[in-house]
Design a binder for this molecule. Sequence first.
Ligand SMILES: C[S@@+](CC[C@H](N)C(=O)[O-])C[C@H]1O[C@@H](n2cnc3c(N)ncnc32)[C@H](O)[C@@H]1O
Ligand code: SF4
Length: 390
Amino acid sequence: MSDADAPAFGVQNFGVYVHWPFCLSKCPYCDFNSHVRHAAIDEARFLRAFAREIENTAARVPGRTVTSIFLGGGTPSLMQPATVGGILDAIAERWAISPDVEVTLEANPTSVEAERFRGYRAAGVNRVSLGVQALDDAALKELGRLHTAQEALAAVAVARASFDRYSFDLIYARPRQTPQAWADELKRAISEAAEHLSLYQLTIEPDTPFFALRAAGRLAIPDDDTARALYDTTQEICVRAGLPAYEVSNHARPGAECRHNLVYWHAHEYAGIGPGAHGRLDLEGRRHATAGEKRPEAWLMRVESLGHGLVADEVLTSEERADEFLLMGLRLAEGIDPARYAALAGRTLDPARIQMLAAQGFVESDAAGCLRVTAAGFPVLDAVVADLAA
Ligand SMILES: C[S@@+](CC[C@H](N)C(=O)[O-])C[C@H]1O[C@@H](n2cnc3c(N)ncnc32)[C@H](O)[C@@H]1O
Ligand code: SF4
């Protein structure tokens, strides 16, 4: 751990991200590292490779206490509970585990997957994040999802019965969506939510079928004014329901934030395990940015021959590290400590720029000196960050 981190800037958490790269079908908007295979997946072989990469990573960063684990994808709920249990055991064999560790598994809300929830809980998972995406069957179909709204709600009910903590994701700013229709859908969703909701504005990613459809004029997504109205509707309804945004797209009751994602946004340390997983490891005071081979079978072969599947392992410069801290931290409603930025970058943020952005109403500083983006600044967050980092 470098001098730029603890103890002056509080306790450093340590997260472990494990990527399961398979899905039953590919959604037309998705550019995540997810693959469809028609033959059965050899889970035992993947489990051995995960355990090996965990062992290898722990040898590089020993002595950490794991505060959160996130099994993401792809569709991790396609794994057998025994595979999930094996991954969690492999992590516990190599690192100490915090008594209040948060263990999240991303799940698709089909009935088949919900049947595994109790098995996941028995394996050590204590939180699920469900990809509900919409509560409207026509929209679900257009998004290429394999579940109906009713099936998703049934999976949410199983999650509620199986776990103390669960969250679900919705995508808004979908084709032809109006603020009124979204308001109704969101209120319905909130009535099913407990402590946490992730609400993502549909992004048209390059190299996806949605990108090609839009380029061909066959996908009418909301224009900027409608997208802004949809965003404002989201904030109003969630604040009124006691689920304010603690991050650009994530809403929670105070204290129920996703601790694992906070590791990223606080720029703490995390291990990335599995195909295409990213990590940030602190070795001898220097931060390494790691990335795994994305193709699942190539990743397997790399791990089997080298002990790890990394294809990138770069030391970040202090400037890169400080920019990452700024970029991630300003996504949070709580904002950042400018002193930590200065310690990382070796220079302070430009006071004239802060003053200008504050005069425009986009940022503010609190009594403790934290710098944060305001409600007016969040819709133009990218521009605010670019301005501050310049
Ligand atoms: C990579 S997915 C993994 C979870 C699970 N496979 C699923 O789809 O339900 C994580 C979340 O990212 C969001 N997401 C993925 N692509 C998106 C896009 N192009 N625009 C907005 N949200 C997106 C979805 O809400 C999804 O639940
Ligand atoms: S199920 Fe999730 S990860 Fe898989 S393709 Fe769809 S959005 Fe992407």
